[in-house]
Design a protein around this ligand. Structure first.
Ligand SMILES: *Cc1c(COP(=O)(O)O)cnc(C)c1O
Length: 464
């Protein structure tokens, strides 16, 4: 680096036009590229005019700064990634991916006019999502069901309706259920933000039906039970069975709302010992209303489903707040297709359900094929057994045996970074000094891309 006077170094800064020419084709909108160039040029100029600023070769340095800024921004775009983490419902990767049939019905509705709020029989305005609501109710064994943006919204709607106005605003909840779910979703805070007043009963580990009963007064608005999705308690623990809690609610004349979160519509004991109550079970055992997510164990798009008694669901839909939380046509189309597949028993069309049940020998075969395809690369790769997880804050104790590709490296983090920054980005995990990719969460149709990406990061450019 030579020292140059600020004045001459400023002159060495290339022009916007020259930079644009040298950058060539970039798949970002031109105003975005221009904004990056101007921002970087400003900061280069600011550096150059510092009295003791070391002036490097500005033409080259400016150029590489701009390239790096553009690459960073392109990586911030939402894009497909290959999930090698073994976490099936991964919150950071958009939870449940949609299957081909569901994606196709979404595209068809998106690209055409559609009957969102139009009754084809009468030729008049129709109920938004009426078919979906009808079928969802059947899936949940409920009299009625409706849909909002996510489960948090479903809970807020229920809280506002039952406890958000007037003097009857106390929500009775066990101290063991005042939990945090994921980032920034805390039950007590949601409750208070909805205008409800928290009436905590019992203790962290033990709450009885009598604890609930004693908390009932003329300001009691509802009993809320929150399913402990992402954690479990063991040892000296107790909470009333749902029918006993439902009896307390009925005696008191307040609704029992159960926030299930994950919304498994199948018996999760097929995966392990953990039992996740289904919406249908929960309603049959006495809940008046259940809330759950569309994109956790249901395997559909992001949505919050409310199911329960017909008058309750009808009343919730009349809340002014409902209008602010409603889903758009794309979500309704994708959820409608998902629910129909579930009702038809076509679970293999739901990617997360298929992933949960792929036999280990199929994963082993794919792993062997990938290793063969990488023959001649410098990677030291082996196949081993691992444990996939359901994820999405569901079934925290359930592990599904799986097959992993293990990369032996001096620095596993280095491979992790290069794969993450590749196209498509591939994300795995590091354990016992190995970088690992779990076959269960990587789609078979991505195997070729995976092989190409692995070759690209390990072979010299000329042979890749
Ligand atoms: C995940 C979860 C929620 C939040 O669901 P979103 O769809 O992410 O809003 C609420 N309650 C429980 C019990 C959950 O597990």
């Amino acid at each position: 680096m030579s020292r140059v006077s600020p004045r001459s170094s400023l002159r060495a800064i290339p022009s916007v036009d020259r930079i644009l020419r040298e950058l060539g084709d970039i798949d970002l909108p031109r105003p975005v590229i221009l904004a990056i160039i101007r921002r970087e040029l400003d900061s280069v100029r600011a550096d150059a005019s510092k009295p003791d600023g070391n002036a490097p070769d500005f033409a080259i340095d400016t150029f590489s700064r701009i390239r790096a800024a553009i690459d960073d921004l392109r990586r911030a775009r939402i894009q497909p990634v290959i999930n090698g983490t073994g976490i099936i419902v991964h919150t950071n990767f958009g939870r449940a991916p949609l299957g081909a049939l569901v994606a196709q019905s979404l595209v068809e509705v998106a690209a055409n006019y559609n009957s969102l709020e139009f009754d084809l029989i009468t030729g008049e305005r129709g109920g938004r999502g009426a078919y979906l609501e009808h079928n969802l109710a059947i899936l949940c064994g409920a009299e009625a069901a409706t849909v909002v943006n996510n489960c948090a919204a479903a809970l807020v709607l229920a809280l506002r309706h039952f406890a958000g106005k007037g003097p009857r605003n106390r929500v009775i909840i066990s101290r063991g259920e005042l939990v945090q779910i994921g980032g920034g979703f805390r039950i007590p805070e949601i409750l208070e933000a909805s205008g409800a007043e928290l009436a905590e009963v019992g203790t962290t580990n033990r709450t009885t039906a009598d604890d609930y009963r004693r908390a009932i007064d003329d300001r009691a608005a509802m009993i809320l039970r929150v399913h402990p999705s992402n954690f479990y308690m063991e040892g000296f623990v107790e909470s009333p069975a749902l029918p006993a809690l439902a009896a307390v609610a009925r005696e008191a004349g307040v609704p029992l709302v159960v926030d299930l979160g994950s919304g498994a519509t199948f018996d999760t004991r097929s995966l392990g010992d953990e039992h996740e109550p289904t919406p249908a079970d929960t309603l049959a055992r006495g809940a008046d209303l259940v809330t759950f997510s569309g994109d956790k164990l249901l395997g559909g798009p992001q949505a919050g489903i409310l199911a329960g008694s017909a008058p309750l669901v009808a009343a919730l839909k009349k809340e002014p707040f409902f209008r602010a939380l409603r889903c758009d046509k794309l979500i309704l189309a994708a959820l409608q297709a998902t629910v129909d597949l579930l009702l038809d028993g076509r679970h293999d069309e739901i990617p997360i359900r298929r992933m949960m049940s792929i036999p280990i020998d199929q994963l082993q075969t794919r792993a062997e094929r990938i290793v063969t395809a990488l023959h001649g690369s410098t990677l030291r790769i082996s196949i081993s057994r691992g444990r996939s997880q359901v994820g999405g804050g569901s079934l925290p104790r359930t592990v599904i045996p799986t097959v992993t590709l293990d990369f032996e490296l001096v620095s596993p983090d280095d491979l992790a970074t290069r794969l993450r920054l590749g196209t498509p980005p591939i994300i795995g995990y590091t354990a016992a000094d190995r970088f690992k990719l779990d076959l269960r969460t990587m789609f078979p149709h991505q195997d070729e891309q995976l092989v190409a990406a692995l070759r690209a990061v390990t072979l010299p450019k000329s042979t890749s």
